[in-house]
Design a protein around this ligand. Structure first.
Ligand code: C2E
Ligand code: MG
Ligand code: MG
Ligand code: MG
Length: 286
């Protein structure tokens, strides 16, 4: 299926591109060119722990085109139709690992890097060997890398499950992205080779209106019982962070802590305790 999660919500100022269905072949050609000529960019959104420290980042692709920054929601559907997702993921992974190696060279050895993988990538039998050799080429330990996949991928065939198990055996962590939307079935958590569960923005949103968050609470309990780390996505407001902290979410991601930014801007945030640190500590003491 050609479903894109969170399509277009990140870069609101980017104008609509000519990616209507009828023009997809045209866009696909340009995108192929873009991948080959470095017109794509990787931006990084901070991942923040309960103490407010930036502990890592999620790599998110953008397309620099005619001076504009095009969000993935505007071109991933075309990339998918054109069979370019594998090439795109490979490109992003290589760039992101190169950046991670730079951060490590600067002494930031404990940065967690999250990279998204499409179903197309997960279906490739050579994926595990490719990821392992990319880690080696960049001199980065597998324990620094988290690969994010949506339920759609996780719910598919035994080939993908085996590949996930192989990735984990190589020391790479697996995150279930956007959990709690779409295909969600709690049953598939059973026996799922995963390390991290990312609670979908759709479940975080209602907390801003003072909703109790019982679904999130149940999800956190279930995820923790499987030993998974829980990350809340789409955290935009302080009231959400407070509630999610009470609900024992481990890490946070969202505009409250920072939007996706170019690597240099993320570098400035790394290691620096966020301004939210002290009030979090105060909240915990209460
Ligand atoms: P995702 O992996 O779930 O990434 C999170 C998306 O939510 C990002 O959108 C991010 O900018 C947005 N977001 C984060 N915090 C907030 C918030 O507080 N409020 C709101 N409204 N949005 C927030 P983005 O960058 O547009 O990416 C959309 C989707 O495109 C990603 O969802 C992911 O599924 C896909 N994607 C992005 N880069 C790649 C890639 O390199 N490879 C693959 N396969 N997919 C990618
Ligand atoms: Mg998403
Ligand atoms: Mg993701
Ligand atoms: Mg997500």
């Amino acid at each position: 299926t050609a479903r894109v999660r969170g399509g277009g919500r990140a870069v609101a100022h980017a104008p609509a591109l000519d990616v209507e269905v009828g023009r997809r072949p045209l866009v696909a050609g340009r995108l192929q060119y873009a991948i080959e000529h470095d017109e794509l960019e990787v931006h990084y959104q901070p991942l923040v722990d309960r103490a407010g420290a930036v502990v890592g980042a999620e790599a998110l692709v953008r397309w620099r085109r005619a001076g504009r920054l095009v969000p993935p929601g505007d071109f991933l559907p075309a990339a998918r139709s054109a069979g370019l997702m594998g090439a795109l993921d490979t490109w992003v992974l290589d760039r992101a690992l190169a950046q991670l190696a730079r951060w490590r060279a600067q002494g930031r050895l404990d940065v967690h890097l999250a990279v998204n993988l499409s179903v197309a990538s997960l279906e490739r039998p050579g994926l595990v060997a490719e990821v392992v050799s990319a880690l080696r080429a960049h001199g980065v330990p597998s324990s620094s890398l988290v690969l994010e996949l949506t339920e759609e991928a996780a719910a598919s065939g035994p080939g993908i499950r085996r590949r996930l198990a192989d990735l984990r055996a190589a020391g790479i962590r697996i995150a279930l992205d956007d959990f709690g939307t779409g295909y969600s079935s709690l049953a598939y958590l059973e026996g799922m080779p995963a390390d991290v569960l990312k609670v979908a923005k759709e479940l975080v949103d209602p907390l801003a209106e003072g909703a109790g968050g019982r679904v999130v609470q149940a999800l956190v309990g279930l995820a923790h019982s499987y030993g998974l780390t829980v990350i809340a996505e789409g955290v935009e407001q302080e009231v959400q962070r407070e509630r999610l902290t009470e609900l024992e979410v481990d890490w946070f991601q969202g505009w409250l802590f920072g939007r996706p930014v170019p690597a240099d801007a993320l570098t400035a945030l790394l290691g620096a305790a966020s301004r939210r640190g002290p009030d979090l500590a105060a909240a915990a003491a209460n």
